[in-house]
Design a protein around this ligand. Structure first.
Ligand code: ADP
Ligand code: GN1
Ligand code: MG
Length: 345
């Protein structure tokens, strides 16, 4: 896969070609799992985010650039703050550094979950009138949970690293939930849950929030036709978590009800467009999205860590266990979560 260990000379050459003068530093930045991200500072005091897109995951650079350009232009035409593309030279791109905002990996108080809910609801709302044509499907079947199960099955059958014997309990956890994993794709196939323009990667560090609650949605790479339910579900996964996605001490990992309530409130205040079937499935979507990411981490562990960036050999397994603990916590609170949704819908 594309390495994040990019020689300094290559970075310097790219910045030069993009017309950025007086570079004083270009440091690795953020905790995204996919792209190589650098914070660039110049002698003139300008700051940028430079990224090299992971071309293994996004082979169609042209489609990706088009998505980013169309989405940012549409938002800016409405006066909505968005990423500002300074230069784009596939697979590299340069964004203005969004000053005055905070990116976080874990919510620390309910108000932050509320802000996340509001931000992504607004994002979906703002893109509902994106002019034709339909956005490209940058990663086909991205939220096709049964297909993700199939990928897990394949990785377990191949067991290329001999890791399967060490995660039988996790495979059994996934197996026990196989039947329910097609619920949302089935509702979409029947047209009961509609296709919308969605972000598809609404984890908390993909929204930058200012102290006054105003927010900018970033990481637009997976913006494409999808379901609002997977957007909401991934918010539940990351914005109700008591601990980081890779916390290994599972006694510290659970889904916080007060954060869930704040998230639901923020999201439903903004997402007036949802139909009844979507509202009916919000709490379930939280469990399903968390399960889906859990099986993706597990499949990547079995396949030898080819997709997500990892910092140590068991990293993906630790993440999978963490996500499954989150699923269990949401299952235990299913009734309370449904009740919360019913109060705000
Ligand atoms: P990945 O796809 O690898 O997750 P992201 O586009 O999400 O990459 O960027 C990684 C991190 O870099 C984000 O979580 C955020 O903290 C930071 N970041 C990205 N773009 C900007 C920006 N324009 N201004 C400030 N921080 C940014
Ligand atoms: C990746 O790019 P990043 O770190 O924001 C992944 C998401 C997963 C997430 C799990 C393109 O998100 O789908 O939910 O990791 N992005 C892609 O943390 O696969
Ligand atoms: Mg990201």
């Amino acid at each position: 896969m594309a390495s994040r260990d990019i020689p300094a000379a290559e970075i310097a050459a790219v910045l030069d070609s993009m017309g950025v003068a007086g570079v004083v530093s270009a440091e690795r930045y953020g905790s995204g799992h996919i792209n190589a991200t650098f914070k660039v500072e110049t002698a003139g005091g300008k700051r940028y985010i430079l990224q090299r897109v992971n071309t293994d995951i996004f082979p169609d650079g042209k489609m990706l650039e088009e998505t980013v350009r169309r989405v940012t232009s549409h938002l800016q035409s409405k006066g909505v703050p968005s990423l500002e593309v300074v230069a784009y030279e596939n697979p590299w791109r340069l964004y203005a550094f969004l000053e005055g905002y905070t990116s976080r990996d874990v919510v620390e108080k309910p108000e932050q979950a509320y802000d996340v809910g509001r931000a992504f609801a607004k994002f979906q709302n703002d893109l509902a009138d994106l002019p034709a044509p339909r956005l490209g499907e940058i990663i086909p079947r991205f939220h096709d949970t049964p297909d993700r199960m199939r990928q897990l099955d394949e990785a377990a059958a191949a067991d290329v690293r001999g890791r399967k014997a060490g995660c039988l309990a996790e495979l059994a956890f996934a197996e026990a939930r196989r039947a329910e994993c097609s619920k949302i794709v089935d509702l979409m196939a029947k047209g009961i849950v509609p296709e919308r323009v969605t972000h598809n990667d609404t984890k908390i560090n993909n929204v930058l929030v200012a102290p006054d609650g105003s927010a900018v949605v970033i990481d637009l790479d997976t913006t494409m036709p999808g379901s609002a339910l997977f957007d909401f579900g991934d918010m539940v996964r990351t914005s109700t978590a008591s601990a980081a996605e890779d916390e290994a001490d599972l006694s510290k990992v659970f889904s916080k009800r007060d954060y869930f309530e704040a998230l639901v409130k923020g999201y439903l205040e903004g997402a007036k467009f949802l139909n009844e079937a979507e509202k009916d499935n919000l709490a379930f979507a939280g469990r399903l999205s968390t399960f889906e990411v859990g099986i993706r981490f597990l499949a990547d562990y079995l396949a030898g860590d080819t997709y997500f960036h990892t910092a140590y050999p068991e990293h993906n397994l630790v993440r999978a266990r963490n996500q499954f603990k989150m699923v269990e916590s949401m299952e235990e609170q299913a009734e309370e979560f449904e009740e919360i949704v019913s109060r705000y819908r």
